[in-house]
Design a protein around this ligand. Structure first.
Ligand SMILES: Cc1cc2nc3c(=O)[nH]c(=O)nc-3n(C[C@H](O)[C@H](O)[C@H](O)COP(=O)(O)O)c2cc1C
Length: 178
């Protein structure tokens, strides 16, 4: 089905609900163009520097981190709940060891404005260019969060992505209900 352009917050509630329920898919690409996909459960969005921005949180141990350091572009894809199993695989297996597109049957498709692909099975897509990155600093972090989220360190790097394109299936909200 054809996907239509949206504004950043048109389907924000649906995006956040899906993220909390089973996660979203973050696609990255290396300098040779090989794509990778990983599940994310942490993302914020808003307007910074007068630009629509998504912030994603990626631990240095992730293969995705090395991809984002090579190519500062990514896509965030919202999938219906029927893809829960694929989201689980993309959130537990590393692209270092396995081609997750092949393993899950998810299909990478060319994005409109960035080198990282979108996931064709998604119903909402955000394309982003990294305009800033920053690390979570233990000394500035609330003690209870440090203890709960970082028992082994591996503090997230936060990538600020300017949203350069966003689009969705016309029936996205309905398909995310099921
Ligand atoms: C529901 C869910 C949410 C997750 N959210 C994040 C996240 O926001 N940031 C992160 O670094 N890892 C997150 N992970 C873990 C990564 O998806 C997982 O380590 C993945 O295998 C990394 O893949 P990669 O090595 O190919 O990059 C999440 C996992 C699940 C199952």
């Amino acid at each position: 089905m054809r996907k239509e352009p949206i504004k950043l917050f048109d389907l924000w509630r649906e995006t956040m609900d899906a993220m909390v329920r089973h996660g979203l898919l973050l696609c990255s690409v290396d300098a040779e163009g090989k794509p990778n996909v990983m599940t994310i459960g942490w993302m914020t969005g808003g307007v910074v520097w007068g630009k629509p921005i998504l912030c994603v949180f990626v631990r240095p141990s992730r293969y995705t981190y090395s991809r984002l350091e090579q190519v500062g572009e990514f896509t965030v894809n919202v999938l219906p709940p029927t893809f829960e199993e694929a989201l689980q695989v993309c959130g537990t297996v590393s692209g270092r060891d396995v081609d997750k597109f092949e393993r899950t049957g998810l299909t990478p498709a060319p994005a409109q404005k960035v080198r990282a692909p979108i996931v064709e099975q998604g119903v909402i897509h955000y394309e982003c260019r990294v305009v800033h990155k920053n690390d979570v600093l233990p000394e500035f972090l609330a003690e209870e969060i440090r203890t709960a989220a970082y028992p082994q360190g591996n503090f997230h790097r936060v990538y600020f992505g300017e949203v350069v394109a966003a689009y969705a299936s016309p029936d996205a909200a309905e398909r995310l209900q099921k």
